[in-house]
Design a protein around this ligand. Sequence first.
Ligand SMILES: Cc1cc2nc3c(=O)[nH]c(=O)nc-3n(C[C@H](O)[C@H](O)[C@H](O)COP(=O)(O)OP(=O)(O)OC[C@H]3O[C@@H](n4cnc5c(N)ncnc54)[C@H](O)[C@@H]3O)c2cc1C
Length: 623
Amino acid sequence: MLLMAKCSLVSWTLALSTSSVLAHPLFNGRLVSRADELLEEYDYVIVGGGASGLTVANRLSEQPSTTVLVIEAGQFDQNEEFVTIPGLAGGAVSTKYDWNTTYAASEYLGGRNISISQGKIVGGSTKLNRMVFDRGSKSDYDGWETLGNERWDWESLLPYFKKNEIFSPPVDEIREEYNITWDDDAHGYDGYMHSTYSPYIWPTTKNLVEATSSLNIPIPKDQANGNAIGGYFTPHNMDPIDYRRSSADEAYYDTAATRENFHLIADHQATRILTCANSTLKATGFATSSNATIQSVKAKREVVVAAGSLHTPQLLQVSGIGDPALLSSIDIPTVVDLPAVGQSLHDHVYVMVANSVNTTITLASELTSNATFAAEARAQYDTEKRGPLTSPSGDFLLFLPLSIYTNTSASIHAAALASNASLSLPSDAPTEVAAGYAASYHSLNSKLLANDSAFLEVIWADGVLFLGLQHPYSRGSVKAPSSSIFDAPIADAGFLRNPLDTVLLREAVRFARRLVAQPSIAELNPFEVVPGANVTSDADIDQYIKNSASTLWHPAGSCKIGKRDEGGVVDGELKVYGIEGLRVVDASVFPILPASHIMTTVYAVAERAADIIKGVGGAIEMS
Ligand SMILES: Cc1cc2nc3c(=O)[nH]c(=O)nc-3n(C[C@H](O)[C@H](O)[C@H](O)COP(=O)(O)OP(=O)(O)OC[C@H]3O[C@@H](n4cnc5c(N)ncnc54)[C@H](O)[C@@H]3O)c2cc1C
């Protein structure tokens, strides 16, 4: 049943639903117990209480007269150890706090479905993630501007990277033992998100650092100052006193939770952004679904969508904003003809080279294989906040330009120039998306020869190397499968669609073997288990990549910033084209992924979004 209310020229209305009659919405500032006790309208209604949504909500509600509601589909966590203890990071994957979605089966992956975890919890994916807290290189963000996005560059974002952060240097013992350096000027100290280095580093990390040096790979002073090239020690998002995870929940929700003007309703899913088909497309009305209690809420000023790269485009589509052909196929009337919604999805694809090692050095596997070791580690964490459980692992990472990890960069570049951009795109990519991608393709080609742009990340775990492609060529899409938000979106990151991505990963596999052959790693007596030392020819490595490639959980780009006729969904102020009062602020707006883990970039974009919405600091003029 669809109930229509009279159009309002000043309000946005958004429908939300809980599938459980027992759902217990949580309110703050003012404690109420039922969804029907929501205010009738808020200045801002924010969909999604993850990294970006909570950041924007916190900043907008700093002004006591501004009312803000966050609608979050997931629940609050119960302080489970797997969301608080760094050494157990990732443990919330596949639990009820995960949307448990999969990418669509792909011919480029041998028909496999890859699982793509995304947080369904207050805090979003920052409760599930592996806590690597790094930034991309200056060139990554400057590349956003080069694509036509004025003032979306390193210089404009740096203040917001800092605004997010409360940086603490490493403890003395670990600084001395590993010679960790950092750049004071690159960090923030007055933000909400703790970042610091693990006070325990798994010992074979030393072997990796030595191998990095023996290959003459640079070790920069700090990854945070725009020069994230080479091998570096990375901070993690954790509190430097009790070494617990610092997620968007602790950082941006807890610090605002007592504000009377800030409400958050958990365990409720926004089902639709309701619009009014008048000439200015001001919103109104409310909707229902067949199996849930539906309530609507109005936004006096704006609806801000922060539901993540997979759910944001789906929400726009079921609200009538998207490709008319798709919308008509799922019985949704078109409100805004915007075919780029859901397009340009890309993600960091990785393959693994796994070696067993034979050494007396302590390995992380002891946490699961040796009960005594695990008990001692736990006691040390509980009593001293030290030891193995303070490290989420991945303390030293490599981010390498193509020319550092292969001597075939010139021929790969030549192949890219001779190839065709359309190989990266789904066959049904809309014209404007293809036009916009042509510029991205050009930008990716130039990165192939650049020494200030990393193509490969190497994550080390005691002989196992995760090799992540940082600037994939391939693109995919997100499509709503039906008019119901409760049906999981059909998402395809397009992994390996463009054969260049396989070539780039093939060279990564070869580099991993060279790294492992360095004396400091050879002394661990590595034995290559996967793909196996006999897998050496191009064809065999490519087959291995096809059969095993997976995601580093960094989907982005599906509602990217850009010109409308170049596949942009939002303009430079993050406003959705063709409709008023609607913005997107999450990872889906990235024009192109940076070479890094992406949480800090999400926070920086969201911090900046809040300023843009408020009309201060980060406000930018659109040409
Ligand atoms: C397993 C894993 C490991 C990762 N490791 C790292 C890492 O080590 N370092 C790093 O930098 N990044 C990492 N990431 C990525 C990083 O956490 C995300 O990029 C970031 O959190 C994305 O922020 P977001 O605001 O776009 O989305 P999210 O943080 O995912 O927030 C989106 C929120 O919207 C909610 N939502 C969705 N649809 C609706 C709806 N219809 N109604 C209401 N609410 C809705 C979701 O439940 C979710 O809470 C990892 C991610 C995962 C999943």
